[in-house]
Write a protein that binds this ligand. Structure first.
Ligand code: SAM
Ligand code: SF4
Length: 371
């Protein structure tokens, strides 16, 4: 089934209605439907596939849990504790896991964190990962340290970049991200684009009462710059554990607001992508909606995550993880790493259960897992 939203118009008045036709899987129960079934036993060769037939070909690698900002939806202002440096994977260990994953059919890598650019010599890692031949090699960053690193990242083989930016108003930017400067981030966007790291995507977490009055400003920004603005729902992954529904602005509401001003049409897209893409009908760019909470896309999830301390995780919202670091440091061979990757995928639940009664936030927050 295609993973697109549908824009319909009611009569003469253009009343846009958001209808997501993503295949939804909510909570553990739904995955029992036989139409979702994959193999009956864990494969020992071929691609990484789970019980529900989802092929996993996208690996997110967190290179550090540290960060130079303290965004209100991610970390407390003070008191965040970080892993000791020797607990983090070395570049050799990261490259090794990536190589084994590549051999198991992973085609896309994204480097993230924490803030990936605070890890020293990141371009060296990018270069080594690039040599493994992934189709896609991308980075998610807050861009505070990006501008001077753009040439070396580009030369090292980085293909794309996502920049997080939650406000276009300098003071607001500062109050949401607590540290950092908007002009630095805007300048980095220009520099990255000029170097060919495009299409440039912006990640914008919309919070009720904080920046939900900027939805149209961001849509206008997308139209003016050609950058793809992706509106992200606030997820229960803040280290403070203060998430609640009242701060969440549903993707549907964002869609309705934007399309009432500038009509949108769904872009048919890769069904495993987290963002539902919508182009402006007049051809002036596009936006994305990442509605992880209200419109979960677990049914087509193809992602695995490697935390900075070397744990492989099959879901942002599950606490299940296996330490590849400990295996590697005990001298395990590549076959053992491969088996651990297969098992992590095989054990994946059909869907997260945020909307189910009794859901508990995972014990590790977004910056510890790697967003
Ligand atoms: N530090 C980098 C950055 O901010 O882009 C990369 C890591 S950050 C954890 C990755 C993405 O997760 C960012 O776009 C950030 O806005 C988003 N994020 C962090 N905490 C979140 C939360 N509780 N809900 C939704 N998105 C969140
Ligand atoms: Fe740092 Fe990114 Fe978390 Fe903000 S969202 S505190 S920049 S890791």
């Amino acid at each position: 089934m295609p993973s697109v939203g549908v824009t319909t118009f009611d009569g003469d008045a253009p009343t846009p209605v958001f209808v997501s036709v993503r295949p939804h899987v909510r909570g553990a129960g739904n995955g029992d439907s036989t139409e979702n079934r994959g193999p009956l036993v864990m494969p020992v060769s071929g691609q990484l596939v789970d019980r529900y037939g989802r092929i996993h070909n996208d690996l997110r690698i967190s290179v550090t849990d540290r960060c130079n900002l303290r965004c209100i939806y991610c970390m407390p202002e003070v008191g965040m504790t970080f892993q000791p440096l020797d607990a983090l994977l070395t570049f050799d260990e990261i490259v090794r896991v990536a190589r084994v994953a590549r051999e198991l059919g992973v085609t896309a890598l994204r480097l993230t964190g924490g803030e990936p650019l605070v890890r020293r010599n990141l371009p060296t890692l990018v270069q080594r990962l690039s040599e493994l031949g992934f189709n896609d090699l991308a980075l998610t960053t807050n861009a505070m340290l990006l501008t001077p690193l753009v040439p070396s990242l580009k030369d090292a083989g980085l293909k794309r970049i996502n920049i997080s930016c939650d406000s276009l108003k300098p003071e607001r930017f500062n109050s949401i991200r607590r540290r950092g400067v908007l002009t630095t981030v805007l300048e980095a966007m220009d520099v990255a684009e000029a170097a060919g790291l495009s299409p440039l995507k912006l990640n914008v977490v919309i919070l009720r009462g904080q920046n939900d009055d900027e939805i149209l400003d961001f849509a206008a920004f997308a139209r003016e710059t050609g950058r793809i603005v992706r509106f992200i729902e606030f997820m229960p992954l803040d280290a403070q554990g203060q998430w609640d529904n009242s701060q969440l602005v549903p993707g549907k509401e964002i869609f309705e607001q934007v399309s009432a001003r500038w009509p949108l049409q769904a872009v048919d897209t890769d069904s495993s992508a987290p963002a539902e893409r919508f182009a402006f009908v007049d051809g002036q760019g596009e936006i994305g909606l990442i509605s992880s909470v209200t419109q979960p896309f677990c049914g087509t999830c193809n992602r695995l995550r490697l935390t900075a301390d070397g744990a492989i995780r099959n879901c942002l919202f599950s606490d299940d993880e296996h330490s590849l670091r400990d295996l590697m440091r005990r001298g395990a061979g590549d076959d053992v790493i491969a088996h651990a990757l297969r098992r992590a995928v095989w054990e994946k639940y059909p869907g997260h259960a945020i909307n189910e009664p009794g859901f508990l936030s995972p014990s590790r927050s977004m910056s510890m897992i790697g967003g």
